[in-house]
Design a protein around this ligand. Structure first.
Ligand code: NAD
Length: 459
């Protein structure tokens, strides 16, 4: 089929590339002219595992090209809207980019179009889209609006798009449902050439769930809010563990063995970030508020998350005594591993706070330095983890990149000023770190000593 994708960010670029990979002819548009020029010249504007290879292959095969939004609207029978929906100061999702695309479709398209919202939007956005398409309709456009929330995760977006657990569509007409089934048919039946696994294992077919548009929109916000809630929950359990002498890694393991709970998203740390959870929780709270539902549970989720950076800095202060003038190595800037995305990353707030206290920050991240540099110009950026740690009074692990688990601790011991590791993600082996003379501090009581427990019992 001839498909269009509007917006070449993490979601749009993955969507365009993967739809082309499964056999469609795709036109992808991007309004940022610098980004568009890069894409047209075969240069990646972002880092995402496997994406560059897929784009290269499908462009070579003539199934993907990049251009303006007007050209994209003229091209596809179905149009995936993948533009950003950032938070407004009051927490609402800013839908101006979506509205702009709707106007453009109404003005520039003639004939039938299936307009698909893939961006994360508040419930009832589909209805607004319908209304605006008809208000601005100039060329006899006939259309359907559908919701198709995206569940991919940055860092594994190609894998997630091609091998999903579920495909959710929100449709209000049989025609829209039929077209979406046709678009996703190769993925539903797992019949396509997999660009990731040369010998792609036979995978379980994803559940294809068709709902009405409002339900599909809610599914996305409710899913992200639920996952955020799990993270804030375990972070509070971690705080409790630190006080009472328990070890949150043991507690999380014990909890996760219950299949009703499951082990995922029970990793305590410095809080959730990125372009989804923080803004989606905020937007969901606002949607509930405006609908007269008191979702104060989610306000607590957000509040707990906002305390994580300060909680971590308190650990640093406790160890360093005076932060001013101290050299602090930061390992990891991206909000999660395998991405270069630093939007709403806890590392940014943390580094800003440490700089404000007079610390000297030396940072390393395998992919995110170029995106962090304009936001944090006062940081010294380093070529690797060892260089960042040179002369450091403390090393902070903020993003759980695989390479940090493979550090040569004896080598590291020769470059630091003080052998102190504060692990904001609880991913390092305490034994490896300690056996090389480092003092290890994790999250949630993982460095709790038996004395703490004894003193509590005595009290
Ligand atoms: N990033 C994720 O992991 C993820 C996962 C699921 C859903 N989402 C949702 O998907 C949406 C996009 O997220 P993202 O991370 O890809 O954002 P992004 O900022 O990386 O990409 C959006 C792109 O759209 C472009 N754009 C804006 N208006 C345009 C227009 N009129 N024409 C063409 N291009 C235009 C922007 O320049 C930008 O490059 C958001 O609603 C987000 O919440 C994101």
């Amino acid at each position: 089929m001839k498909l269009s994708v509007i917006g070449a960010g993490y979601v749009g670029l993955t969507t365009a590339a993967c739809l082309a990979q499964i056999g469609h002819d795709v036109f992808c548009s991007e309004s940022d002219t610098e980004k568009l020029a890069k894409l047209q010249h075969g240069v990646m504007p972002l880092f995402e595992p496997h994406l560059e290879d897929v784009i290269h292959a499908v462009r070579k095969a003539g199934r993907l090209c990049f251009g303006s939004t007007e050209e994209a609207i003229a091209w596809g029978d179905a149009i995936f809207i993948c533009v950003g929906t950032p938070p407004l100061p009051n927490g609402d999702a800013d839908l101006s980019a979506i509205e702009g695309v709707a106007r453009s479709i109404a003005k520039n398209a003639s004939g039938y179009r299936l307009v698909i919202e893939k961006s994360t939007v508040p419930v009832q956005t589909g209805g607004q889209l319908q209304k605006h398409l008809s208000v601005h309709n100039k060329n006899g456009l006939s259309y359907d609006v559908a919701s198709n929330p995206e569940f991919l995760r940055e860092g594994s977006s190609v894998e997630d798009f091609l091998h999903p657990d579920r495909i959710v569509i929100g449709v209000d007409s049989p025609r829209a449902e039929g077209l979406l089934r046709q678009i996703y048919e190769p993925i539903i039946n797992q019949r396509f050439t997999c660009p990731i696994h040369s010998d792609c294992p036979k995978r379980k077919e994803p559940v294809f769930l068709a709902t009405n548009t409002n339900s599909a929109e809610i599914i996305k916000h409710a899913s992200n809010s639920f996952l955020a809630m799990k993270i804030s929950f375990i972070n509070m359990v971690a705080n409790l563990c630190e006080v009472v002498g328990a070890d949150v890694t043991e507690v999380a393991k014990g909890m996760g063995l219950d299949p009703r709970i499951g082990p995922a998203f029970l990793n305590p740390g410095i809080g959730f970030g990125g372009f989804c959870f923080p803004k989606d929780v905020q937007a969901f709270i606002r949607i509930a508020e405006k609908s007269g539902c008191d979702f104060s549970l989610l306000r607590e989720v957000e509040k707990i998350n906002q305390t994580r950076v300060e909680h971590f800095i308190e650990k640093i202060r406790k160890e360093l005594w005076v932060v001013r003038g101290k050299k602090i190595a930061v390992w990891g800037l991206a909000f999660k591993p395998n991405t270069d995305d630093v939007r709403f990353a806890p590392s940014i707030a943390l580094i800003k706070a440490l700089l404000a206290e007079g610390a000297l920050i030396r940072a390393y991240d395998p992919e995110a330095i170029e995106k962090a540099r304009p936001i944090l110009p006062d940081v010294t950026y380093c070529a690797d983890a060892y260089q960042a740690a040179e002369g450091a009074d403390a090393v902070l692990l903020l993003t759980e990149w695989e390479e940090f688990r493979k550090i040569d601790w004896s080598r590291l011991a020769t470059v630091v000023e003080r052998p102190l590791i504060i692990d904001g993600r609880n991913v390092l082996s305490r034994e490896d770190v300690s056996s090389n003379g480092f003092h290890y501090i994790g999250i949630g009581g993982v460095s709790a000593t038996p004395q703490v427990v004894q003193s509590l019992i005595a009290a």
